[in-house]
Write a protein that binds this ligand. Structure first.
Ligand code: 5RP
Length: 226
C-alpha cells in the first residue's frame, strides 16, 4: 500500500461528508488534490466551493466547480483539508503547503472540519514536523527571536522558508517561518501565545480550528476518528 493510495482512499471517503446543494470548504495539498479529483463526480450536484489557496482554486475550476469568495457566502457545513500532523484530540499542525492562513479562515467558517490524512500524519505530540508560521516580512527576525527566547513552551529554531533561493511569498504576500525543535503539549495555549506576537499572521497550530473528524488512511483501510 503506497502513501499515494492511502491519500486516494481518504480523498474519496470524504465525499460522504459533502451535502448535495451546498457549498463545500476545500483545503490545500496533495491529499486534498485527491479529494478534489473525487469531487469531480459531484460537480453538478454541489453549488460550489470556497477554496483555501490559488492552487486549489485552479484545480476546482478545471473540473467545473464554481469557486466563491469567502465573503460571498455564510457558514459552510463542512471543510475538508489535510494535515502535516494530527494528534488524538484532533489538534493539528498545518501549513506545509504555505496555505495555513486561508485554511484557518475557511475552517473557521465551517461547522465541521473533516481532516483527511494517511497514517504517517498521526502523532502523540505535535511538533516533530517543522511548525509553519506566516509572518509579515518585516517581523520575521523579531518572531524568530521570540521562538529562540521560548516563553510559555515556545522554544524552537525558526528559519525563513525559501523557494528558488528567495523567501517564499504566500498567496497573501507574506513570508513563512518553519520552527524546529518544538514539543507542543498544550496546543490551545501555544496557539494563543504565538497569535499575540506582533507580526504573526497565522500560526500553523490548529487547536481552535481542530478537526472534528479524521479520516485516516491505514493499510487496514480508512479509519474514522472522532
Ligand atoms: C497546506 C497544508 C496541507 O494540508 C498539509 O501540508 C498536508 O499536505 P499533504 O496532503 O500534501 O501532505 O496544510 O498548507
Amino acid at each position: 500500500m503506497t502513501q499515494d493510495e492511502l491519500k486516494t482512499w481518504v480523498g474519496q471517503a470524504a465525499l460522504r461528508y459533502v451535502v448535495p446543494g451546498e457549498i463545500v470548504g476545500v483545503g490545500t495539498g496533495s491529499t486534498v488534490n485527491k479529494f478534489i479529483d473525487a469531487l469531480a463526480g459531484m460537480a453538478g450536484q454541489i453549488q460550489g466551493a470556497v477554496s483555501s489557496s490559488e492552487a486549489s482554486t485552479a484545480r476546482l475550476r478545471a473540473i467545473g466547480i464554481p469557486v466563491f469568495d469567502a465573503n460571498e457566502v455564510g457558514e459552510l457545513g463542512v471543510y475538508v483539508d489535510g494535515a502535516d500532523e494530527i494528534d488524538g484530540r484532533g489538534y493539528m499542525v498545518k501549513g506545509g503547503g504555505a496555505a495555513l492562513t486561508r485554511e484557518k479562515i475557511v475552517a473557521a467558517q465551517a461547522r465541521q472540519f473533516v481532516c483527511i490524512a494517511d497514517e504517517s500524519k498521526r502523532v502523540q505530540t505535535l511538533g516533530a514536523f517543522p511548525l509553519p508560521v506566516e509572518v509579515i516580512p518585516m517581523a520575521a527576525q523579531a518572531v524568530a527571536r521570540r521562538f529562540a527566547a521560548g516563553v510559555q513552551g515556545t522554544r524552537g529554531e525558526a528559519t525563513l522558508r525559501l523557494k528558488d533561493g528567495a523567501p517564499l511569498v504566500t498567496d497573501n504576500g507574506q513570508h513563512i517561518l518553519d520552527v524546529r525543535g518544538l514539543q507542543i503539549t498544550d496546543p490551545l495555549a501555544f496557539e494563543r501565545e504565538v497569535n499575540q506576537w506582533p507580526g504573526v499572521v497565522t500560526v500553523g497550530v490548529f487547536a481552535n480550528q481542530r478537526a472534528h473528524v479524521c479520516l485516516l488512511g491505514t493499510a487496514q483501510g480508512v479509519q474514522t476518528l472522532t
